[in-house]
Design a protein around this ligand. Structure first.
Ligand SMILES: Nc1ncnc2c1ncn2[C@@H]1O[C@H](COP(=O)(O)OP(=O)(O)OP(=O)(O)O)[C@@H](O)[C@H]1O
Ligand SMILES: [Mg+2]
Length: 251
C-alpha cells in the first residue's frame, strides 16, 4: 500500500514546487494528485493535460452524471462509470509518476460527491503506487474535505511570517476536528526563510525539517513551462528538498 503524503500551507508558500521536486526523489511509481483548481502542478512538470487529452476529476464526474441523467448505461452505477473514466480520461501516465487533477467545481453543489469518489478511488489506486502525494490548494478548506483520511507524512510549507505560526495551530485544529489521522507532521521553511526564521520555527515545538533554498531557475522554469524535474541536480532547491526527504525517511 502506498505511503500517503500531503503538502499543505498558505497561498504561494511553495507547496506545488515542493511536490514537483519531491517527485524526483521518491521511489517510483508515485501518484501525484493536484487538488488545486488552478492545475498548476502539471504545468510545473511540463505537462499540458488538455493537450494530452486528459480531463479533471470533476469533468469526468460531470459526464458520468449527465450520461446517467440521459438514461445511458442504466445498469452501471455512476460510481462504476466514474471509475472507468477516472482511469482512462483523468490519469496521465508519466515516466516514474502518474498525475491527476481534481479541477474546478462547475456542477451545482459542493465538492462532496467528487471528494467522496476521489477518496474511494485513491484507496483502490494506491495499491499500484509506492507513494500518493497530494498537492493542496491554499488555506485550510481542503483539510475539511478529508480526501485522505489517514496521512502518513504531512508537510506544512511555511513562509516566514507570524501568520504562519497561527496557521500551524489552525491546521492542527482542523485535522483534529475533522478526525484526519496523520502519522508524521513536519514543518518546512520556504525559499524566503533566512537563518533567523529557521531558528524561530525550530523552536515552535513541531518537527522542523529545514528550508527549501532559493533558486532563480525554479521561477525561470515555471515561467517557461519547463519541467522542474529537469532542473540540474546541483540546484539548491533540489538539494534542499532531497535533504528534507532524507530526514523524513522518504528516500
Ligand atoms: N525554491 C524556490 N526558489 C525560487 N522560487 C520559488 C521556489 N519555490 C517556489 N518559488 C516560486 O514561488 C511561487 C509560488 O510557488 P508555488 O506555486 O509552488 O506555491 P504554492 O504554495 O503551490 O501556491 P498556491 O497557493 O498558489 O498553490 C512560484 O512563482 C515559484 O516559482
Ligand atoms: Mg500550488
Amino acid at each position: 500500500m502506498a505511503r500517503k503524503i500531503v503538502a499543505t500551507g498558505r497561498g504561494g508558500a511553495g507547496k506545488s514546487t515542493f511536490v514537483a521536486l519531491m517527485s524526483r526523489y521518491l521511489k517510483p511509481p508515485s501518484l501525484l494528485i493536484d487538488l488545486d483548481p488552478d492545475l498548476s502542478l502539471a504545468d510545473m512538470l511540463g505537462i499540458d493535460l488538455r493537450e494530452q487529452g486528459k480531463r479533471t476529476v470533476v469533468e469526468a464526474l460531470y459526464d458520468a452524471v449527465k450520461e446517467r441523467q440521459r438514461g445511458g448505461s442504466p445498469l452501471t452505477p455512476v460510481e462504476d462509470r466514474f471509475k472507468g473514466l477516472l482511469w482512462g480520461d483523468c490519469l496521465y501516465e508519466g515516466k516514474g509518476f502518474d498525475i491527476m487533477t481534481l479541477g474546478t467545481k462547475d456542477m451545482e453543489g459542493c465538492y462532496c460527491f467528487p471528494d467522496h469518489l476521489l477518496r474511494k478511488t485513491i484507496g483502490e489506486l494506491s495499491k499500484n503506487y509506492t507513494h500518493v502525494v497530494v498537492d493542496s490548494p491554499a488555506g485550510l478548506e481542503h483539510l475539511n474535505r478529508n480526501i485522505i483520511s489517514e496521512v502518513d507524512d504531512l508537510f506544512l510549507i511555511l513562509d516566514p511570517s507570524e501568520k504562519s505560526l497561527t496557521h500551524i495551530k489552525k491546521v492542527k485544529l482542523v485535522l483534529r476536528e475533522v478526525g484526519t489521522i496523520y502519522h508524521r507532521f513536519y514543518l518546512v521553511g520556504n525559499y524566503m526563510f533566512d537563518d533567523a526564521a529557521v531558528k524561530h520555527f525550530e523552536e515552535v515545538g513541531e518537527l522542523f525539517l529545514g528550508r527549501i533554498d532559493y533558486d532563480p531557475k525554479v521561477e525561470e522554469f515555471n515561467l517557461s513551462g519547463k519541467s522542474l524535474r529537469q532542473l540540474p541536480e546541483s540546484s539548491p532547491a533540489c538539494q534542499s528538498v532531497k535533504k528534507i526527504l532524507e530526514k523524513a525517511g522518504l528516500t
